[in-house]
Design a protein around this ligand. Sequence first.
Ligand SMILES: C[S@@+](CC[C@H](N)C(=O)[O-])C[C@H]1O[C@@H](n2cnc3c(N)ncnc32)[C@H](O)[C@@H]1O
Length: 386
Amino acid sequence: SFPKNVGGVLSTYALTLEPRFDTVVERGAQALTAGRRWVVLDLRVPQGWLRYLRPLLVFLVRPFAVSLEVTKRQPWESIARHLDNTTYEEGYFGVIYISSGSATASIVGERPSPPEPSLELVLYQSLVRPQRFELVLEKGTEVGVSRFVPLLSGRAQVRTEAGSQRTDRWRRIVSEAAEQGASSEIALHAAICLMRIPQAQYILPALERVMPRTIVECGVGGNMGASTAVFLNYCEQSGAQLWSCDRNDPALTGARFAGWRGALWHFHQMDSVEFLKSDVVPKNPGLVFIDTIHSYDHTMKELAVAETMTDAILLDDAEYPGFRDGIDGNLADLSPMDKDDHGSSEPGGVKRALAEFLEAQEEWERIDVGHPNVALILRGTEETTS
Ligand SMILES: C[S@@+](CC[C@H](N)C(=O)[O-])C[C@H]1O[C@@H](n2cnc3c(N)ncnc32)[C@H](O)[C@@H]1O
């Protein structure tokens, strides 16, 4: 008997001596892993006039248990019978031969594939070192993760390569791993930066309250893009769309979400007030988000235009006393131009503008979303104003 999954069989000057050589070849062929080979090197009786020398040859090799009976055995025929892709070659005037063949896979039974998992397994994976992240994608897919959410956490490792190339690579890894057995559909969608900038998670209650179909975002924030990530995540799940502007290059945020450009996300590099007034944004957006220079003057201008186009405005950094003191580590992510802007804007610009706006516009009121810096203001419906 043979062990299972044999990687190859080599038999030299032995098979012919075994009376049950055909059974040996048959069982060995069953034990071989599909595609692996069996090679036999053995003696045989030569053909042609040399066959008359058979008694002499038998006499010469008698010490090796060779008899006339043995000379009638033809193991190469067993090789041809039980294996595929067979070869046969003779040498030394037909006195020796080499024969080989490979094992084929055979269907020994059929079983239905395992049912789709009843739970949808979502893995929020921080962007650790790329190699490790990709290993998580591969192994996670194999064990049935149906959705990966790449997470920009506090210590996430972000490379500056184009985001679309990276997500293409991720998708390739996931679909290759899925071929190994996982049956669920894999969706890769926007990285969420909530751990990096915890304040961004308070955008979610605002979205839940307003449920906008169209969102206009002023201030993407170069390498941060926390709000953009939250909005795109919402858009992907709800079918809404996002129009964003920043007067600076969207940098890493633009690269990270390049795959959503055109479909869910429409980015324009321009001033926020010009953007709100332009016809590149939808006429009556469900929500306008403001997170730009944070100066009193500019916020007043943004509010004045936003108020004419929507019933819901969300302002970030509404309570910061001023960026010179307040923005701390986040300044590292801002462009030199913005550092200047933030440095020169008067402290508490958004707070003052918001208070003044609410004072003057009685039909607007602020709704608590759980964080003092995230201000949702709604144009009062009868229900909210009464
Ligand atoms: C605080 S960051 C935005 C952060 C981003 N919303 C987030 O959650 O990560 C402010 C952004 O506003 C942009 N900005 C400043 N003044 C602007 C203006 N007048 N028009 C458009 N963008 C402006 C800056 O380039 C910067 O990227």
